[in-house]
Design a protein around this ligand. Sequence first.
Ligand code: SAM
Length: 221
Amino acid sequence: MIKIQVITLFPEMFDGVLNSSMMWKAQEKQAVEFRLINLRDFGLGLRKRVDDTPYGGGDGMLLMAEPLFSAINHAKERCPNAKVVLMTPRGVRWVQSEAQKWADSNDDYIFVCGRYEGYDERILTLVDMQVSVGDYVLTGGELPAMTIIDSVVRLIPGVLGGETSASIESFSDGETLEFPQYTRPEVFKGLEVPKVLLTGNHAEIAKWRKSQSLKISSSDK
Ligand code: SAM
């Protein structure tokens, strides 16, 4: 079972995502265990302060090193070998092949979600990996963490229903996008399902799907 811990100031943001659909099923199947750690619990003083102004001046606040160190060490007490993953636009861009690698690895993970203008750089001494979900800036690391967690957990062997469904999905071979799909009815508002899909000829269907995949993957989006 993969153990995933998330350090965040907003644990409630994860409730819907981690307790629905595939993420809920993965927990039921004991493929994954989630634990949310509220960074505020490691805040300083009576007011449980977690942020402060940057040295050298500048806008906004930074998450302080001390609460983050305490929270990461707390998570490490439970899973000493867990990989610490920091959400940051500076990180390596997340891709499907990496999700597959993590799902197959059986490693445990501690996600650290930044907020405000970011974090005190000294936490990098505790971080194993810095990951970005793309070249844009979000308000916090929670959505990136949920995105990465979802992409990994659904690939843990036995979590997805159809055994082949992950292997034919977009990017499963690194670049190709999935072919178009249709379900009932055969004609909807005058729009027809491609005839080849109704033939029952599996070889022809596979050929058509492959050609559509290649066409979609090579066209500009
Ligand atoms: N000042 C930072 C910068 O310019 O790179 C952005 C800080 S952002 C408002 C707050 C936090 O959201 C970041 O510390 C990070 O944890 C998270 N975050 C924002 N965009 C992200 C992205 N594209 N990928 C991963 N994490 C992101």
